[in-house]
Ligand binder design. Structure first.
Ligand SMILES: Nc1ncnc2c1ncn2[C@@H]1O[C@H](COP(=O)(O)OP(=O)(O)O)[C@@H](O)[C@H]1O
Ligand SMILES: [Mg+2]
Length: 456
């Protein structure tokens, strides 16, 4: 009954009936003729009722149907349609609603197609992909990621990245991507069964249209093949250098002995032996530098860090450099700002200084000047080697740390350098998390400044 009262047509009928009955009662007292009065009121009632039903059928009912159809469309049922046979305003409305449903259906289909295409691409990527929101929850992992790390997508989706991803490096990458709001790159190795796989991880931040951080995409590249080749190359270089070490030492040794033998005192033997001795000396330096580089590049290489007094290092370096500088009549000055200490690998630090000073001497003409300056700030120690030498062209500066790169091939070879000095310097500085600055201009001289964190 309650439900029936909710129907508008029923509600209005009852209201009209009550109104007419009340007015009938009032009028009957005035008119006196009950029969005519009831007949009139009944006719009025029936006419009103017919009008009401007509109004309900023509407007209210179709509008109700239209509302239901729109509701369905809002819910995502784009196939919902509303048919109204007449060509009136409601018919017009029904056409519009049906058009809307059709257009939305088309749009939804296109959207679905795009998203299907996108997920097919993402799923078939050759690299793993993880989507993390700004709170750190994982929203998506692709198929390659599952192949790399196992489990099912359900084991990752909806969880915090640091709870379900094992690698500390991935955690750091995501953290730094959020922190610095820029691309962050790192690499790590991980075991899949017995196989060790190498992975490069790149975190890229995602921003919304107001430039606010929305999350991050984490890409994981399988670089195992590349890493294996690189390891093979490094091993090869290390092995060859190692194998060459003994024969070159004996060639040099024998050349030296033969040079001392008076039986070989005559020309051209003496000349040839001198060349053999000099060249084997060069090969020996090269082999030594290659071995130093190989050792620095080893994955398990660890610096032997101790609290190091820079004065102790310069004391050891000084006699070696002074001798060479004197031969070329180059003035060599050392300036150290008190007792400077830092937490570093002393032997490697010595190597850095020797290599920089060696270059300063090699690339400075006679009567030049070299300055070694050591200063400190609260966090850093700065080691500066300045010369008055030939300088380096601006374009060549970024390349001089490459192995065997020389600005002037012939000239550098004649200096006796191996072409590896600065590559070693760069490695050592990077292992100490320091940096190198170069100020240089052709014919004006060069200043190489190494900044190392004190870490005390
Ligand atoms: N102080 C310097 N002045 C001018 N050129 C330099 C200096 N230091 C390095 N270079 C340039 O950088 C190149 C690479 O240096 P390095 O790696 O030490 O190799 P090498 O000295 O054996 O050639 C040198 O060949 C030279 O061209
Ligand atoms: Mg050098």
């Amino acid at each position: 009954m309650k439900k029936l009262f909710k129907k508008p047509i029923f509600f209005y009928t009852v209201i009209i009936f009550i109104l007419l009955s009340v007015s009938g009662l009032v009028l009957s007292r005035v008119v006196g003729n009950y029969f005519i009065l009831i007949a009139v009121l009944l006719t009025v009632y029936i006419i009103l009722l017919i009008l009401l039903i007509h109004f309900y059928d023509t407007y209210i009912k179709p509008l109700h149907k239209a509302t239901i159809t729109v509701d369905e469309i809002v819910k995502g049922n784009y196939r919902a349609r509303f048919h109204h046979p007449k060509d009136d305003s409601v018919g017009n409305l029904s056409n519009k609603i049906n058009d809307l449903g059709r257009s939305l259906g088309k749009l939804a289909m296109q959207e679905q197609m795009h998203s299907d295409q996108l997920s097919t691409i993402i799923d078939n990527l050759e690299s793993g992909l993880v989507l993390v929101d700004a709170k750190g929850y994982i929203h998506f992992v692709n198929r390659k990621f599952i192949m790399m790390f196992g489990n099912t997508p359900k084991a990752y989706k909806g969880y915090l990245y640091y709870e379900v991803l094992d690698s500390e490096i991935i955690h750091e990458t995501v953290k730094n991507t959020f922190l610095y709001e820029r691309n962050v790159k790192d690499s790590f190795s991980h075991y899949r069964g017995l196989d060790r796989i190498y992975i490069e991880v790149v975190g890229a931040p995602i921003f919304n249209e107001r430039n606010m951080l929305k999350g991050a995409v984490i890409m994981l590249y399988d670089i195992t093949e590349m890493k294996k080749l690189e390891l093979m190359r490094k091993d090869f270089v290390a092995n060859v250098s190692h194998e060459l070490k003994t024969p070159i030492t004996s060639i040099k040794g024998f050349a030296e002995t033969m040079l001392d033998d008076p039986a070989n005192g005559s020309e051209p033997n003496q000349e040839f032996l001198k060349i053999i001795y000099k060249e084997s000396d060069r090969i020996q330096f090269l082999v030594e530098d290659l071995l130093i580089l190989s050792r620095l590049e080893k994955e398990n290489f660890r610096l032997l860090k101790t609290v190091t007094d820079v004065n102790n290092v310069t004391d050891e370096v000084k006699p070696i450099v002074q001798q060479k500088a004197k031969e070329k009549q180059i003035a060599f000055h050392i300036e150290i700002d008190g007792a400077i200490q830092l937490y570093a690998d002393k032997e490697q630090l010595k190597q850095v200084m020797i290599n920089l000073l060696d270059n300063a001497i090699n690339y400075t003409a006679e009567d030049g000047r070299i300055d070694l300056r050591v200063n400190e700030t609260e966090e850093y120690v700065s080691i500066e080697v300045e010369d008055t030498g030939i300088g380096i062209e601006h374009e060549a500066i970024p390349r001089i740390f490459e192995r065997f790169y020389r600005v002037d091939q012939a000239r550098s070879r004649n200096t006796g350098g191996t072409g590896l000095g600065l590559a070693i310097v760069k490695h050592v500085v990077e292992l100490h998390e320091g940096k190198i600055d170069i100020i240089s201009a052709p014919n004006k001289g060069t200043t190489m400044k190494v900044l190392l964190p004190k870490n005390l």
